[in-house]
Design a protein around this ligand. Structure first.
Ligand code: PEP
Length: 250
């Protein structure tokens, strides 16, 4: 399975940032990486980013509404993202869960919306620091899988992103052993529920302070199927150093 290296720009970037998209595309063309490359810019840039990328990399959204259309001021549907040129969408990011009160049930509905529109859903899960300290990290992750991953997952319609909340934007990361433990646990949950075909082949991304200096080590851990990268995806040079560290590791 090819790893997936996905950049989450969050609420960063105006027209000038399209230059970073072009720089990433040129890097991918000059030296094709061993992984799939996706950038999720703010919604305002998706159409222009997709036009700029011309298929050299994939473009995605950072969130979607569960409904196709309607009286939901400020929201964007999965169908709208698809129409703008997206092929994937992040759902259930911890910042959405924290600042927008998104529950597992809402995340599940958003993942179903992504599939309905023909988008790959990147479903985020992960424990808080207090939950890890209390020894509940594995339990929290399996609960989030049970309640925010819909029936119907396939290896091509979904990637799971394990993002320990305490590692996002903090410069702190779990040890390789801790990452391996959680990813192995997620793999077991997926295989039990979705079978040895789809459950075993679904990519499990690691996210949380991944950067050029730690990418090779993290991407070599078993059951790490790629990365979801925030801060270090904003600059083409840093993001390129991460996707060039990808191996064929499942
Ligand atoms: C993220 O927001 O998904 C993320 C992993 O952020 P960072 O890489 O900045 O920790």
């Amino acid at each position: 399975m090819r790893q997936l290296i996905a950049g989450n720009w969050k609420m960063n970037g105006t027209s000038a940032a399209l230059g970073e998209i072009e720089a990433v595309c040129e890097m991918v063309t000059a030296r094709p990486p061993a992984c799939d490359v996706l950038i999720c810019p703010p919604a305002t840039l998706i159409a222009r980013a997709a036009a700029q990328a011309k298929g050299r990399i994939a473009i995605g959204g950072q969130d979607c509404h569960a409904q196709v259309s309607g009286a939901f001021t400020g929201d964007i549907s999965a169908e709208m993202l698809k129409d703008a040129g997206a092929s994937a969408v992040i759902v259930g990011h911890s910042e959405r869960r924290q600042y927008h009160g998104e529950t597992d049930a809402m995340v599940m509905a958003k993942a179903q919306a992504a599939w309905r529109a023909g988008l790959m859903a990147i479903i985020c899960i992960g424990e808080t620091e207090a939950q890890r300290v209390a020894g509940h990290a594995l339990h929290i992750c399996s609960g989030q899988i049970d309640n925010s991953v819909p029936d119907g997952l396939t290896a091509s319609n979904t990637a799971i992103a394990y993002e320990p909340v305490w590692a996002i934007g903090t410069g702190r990361t779990p040890t390789s052993q801790e990452i391996a433990e959680v990813h192995d646990h997620i793999r077991t949950c997926l295989t039990k529920r979705f079978g040895k075909g789809e459950g075993a082949a679904t990519r499990i991304l690691y996210g949380g302070s991944m950067k050029p200096s730690n990418a090779a080590e993290i991407l070599a851990i078993s059951n790490v199927g790629g990365g979801l990268i925030g801060g270090a995806s904003l600059k083409a040079q840093d993001f390129g150093a991460i996707f060039n560290a990808s191996s064929a590791n499942p």
